[in-house]
Design a protein around this ligand. Structure first.
Ligand SMILES: [Zn+2]
Length: 127
């Protein structure tokens, strides 16, 4: 699931907003709180269209998005906070490319610092 930070303004009083958070799906992503979310259920294509729309007042929403970026996050270790998280994977031979390629990534996560299996949490990156 992707999360976006958007800039824009409200149609009624033209007041600007900055770094408002929009979620692609109708649920609160791990690492964020519901009260932090400005809008649910808008995907990147819709946001792109809103940014590029020539007649910006054509949509049914009460706000206009002028720019956006993907709100990036990383996984950190639940125990020590390190972001050196690794996963096991299989590589399979690709005849066409004549090299091994990543084929399966396993669920279990390992922390390099803790030197063992770990649980992770999501941390959104501040700019
Ligand atoms: Zn750790």
């Amino acid at each position: 699931m992707k999360t976006f930070k958007v800039n824009g303004y409200f149609k009624d009083d033209k007041s600007n907003f900055k770094n408002y958070i929009i979620c692609e799906l109708d649920c609160v992503p791990e690492g964020l709180k519901e009260e932090d979310i400005f809008f649910f259920g808008m995907n990147e294509n819709t946001i792109k269209e809103m940014v590029n729309e020539s007649d910006k007042h054509n949509n049914l929403l009460d706000f206009i998005i002028t720019s956006y970026e993907i709100y990036k996050y990383k996984y950190i270790c639940k125990y020590c906070g390190s972001d050196e998280i690794r996963k096991d994977a299989f590589a399979a031979w690709n005849e066409e490319l004549q090299k091994f390629e990543l084929s399966t990534i396993f669920d279990a996560k390992y922390c390099v610092k803790c030197e063992g299996e770990t649980k992770t949490k999501v941390q959104y990156l501040k700019k």
